[in-house]
Design a protein. Structure first.
Length: 150
């Protein structure tokens, strides 16, 4: 987990001021568009860079704000990493102002029940919970495996 925290502290994402509307914007390397700055979007971009630069995941295996339909409702998964076109990691990003709690945990677990992925990350950039599920038990881990190890 130390490597995970250090990366977030050191990595700087470029934030631009829009010439059209004077908003701060941030570029998403996955969606290839500028988005209005938010701390949640900043966190998303840092996690994406971490997965690519530190863990060696391929950019083509990462999607952002993937839609998921559960009981006639639409949800958006912040970051979904696929392995062989199957969900592998679900990442839920919250603003630093939002405390990680059971509601957040239930949200990400609900996504996992549908997608049957292997790993989960729930973060608000202050607190990080990384885990996998084995026989209905949450197993907390320090970090994701590198892409070459999966």
């Amino acid at each position: 987990m130390k490597n995970f925290y250090n990366f977030f502290l050191k990595k700087k994402i470029k934030i631009y001021k829009s010439i059209f509307n004077n908003y701060k914007t941030i570029f998403c390397i996955i969606r290839k568009k500028f988005y209005i700055f938010s701390y949640e979007e900043l966190l998303r971009q840092k996690i994406i860079l971490y997965l690519i630069l530190v863990k060696g995941y391929n950019i083509s295996n990462i999607s952002v704000e993937e839609f998921l339909y559960i009981k006639n409702q639409i949800y958006k998964i912040d970051i979904l990493v696929k392995k062989n076109n199957y969900p592998y990691i679900i990442i839920e990003c919250k603003s630093p102002k939002i405390k990680i709690n059971n509601n957040n945990l239930n949200q990400i677990l609900q996504y996992g029940n549908i997608l049957n992925n292997k790993y989960y990350l729930l973060t608000n950039s202050i607190d990080h919970i990384i885990f996998k599920i084995k026989k209905t038990k949450l197993i907390f881990i320090k970090n994701f495996p590198k892409y070459k190890d999966i």
